[in-house]
Write a protein that binds this ligand. Structure first.
Ligand SMILES: [Zn+2]
Length: 125
């Protein structure tokens, strides 16, 4: 399973608010306020893909114009609800039925059954 292919709800919300396209990615995020009523300030742009050199094919943020966007918990809830309504798939595991239990650079990721959908991968909203 490729984690990078999963929908990032911060990006879904920010793209809509900023009116930017699919290529827009966030690169910095900051929590504003105290949990559970905090919001997020995210900053991002459309990263470049390096076409040559030792890091060919990798993403570069050098010189990329960045836009800031505030994403609230309500924004995220709405985006997740919309995702479940349109795909009929659990937003947490996005149909993979598993979520990451731990993440390690040396050992890779370990997975456990998604607790949100109980391992069915189906929408619960
Ligand atoms: Zn799930």
């Amino acid at each position: 399973m490729n984690e990078n292919s999963k929908v990032d709800f911060f990006e879904v919300v920010a793209r809509k608010k900023l009116g930017v396209g699919e290529g827009w990615r966030w690169c910095k995020s900051e929590a504003i306020g105290e949990p559970p009523n905090h919001e997020f300030l995210i900053e991002g742009g459309v990263p470049k893909t390096l076409k040559s050199g030792p890091n060919k094919g990798k993403t570069s943020w050098k010189g990329v114009p960045l836009l800031k966007c505030v994403v609230t918990r309500l924004d995220l809830e709405k985006a997740r609800a919309q995702y479940e309504a349109t795909t009929r798939t659990c937003w947490q595991c996005q149909g993979s039925k598993q979520t990451i239990a731990s993440s390690s650079r040396t050992d890779g990721n370990t997975y456990r059954e998604c607790t949100r959908c109980g391992g069915t991968g189906e929408a619960t909203l």
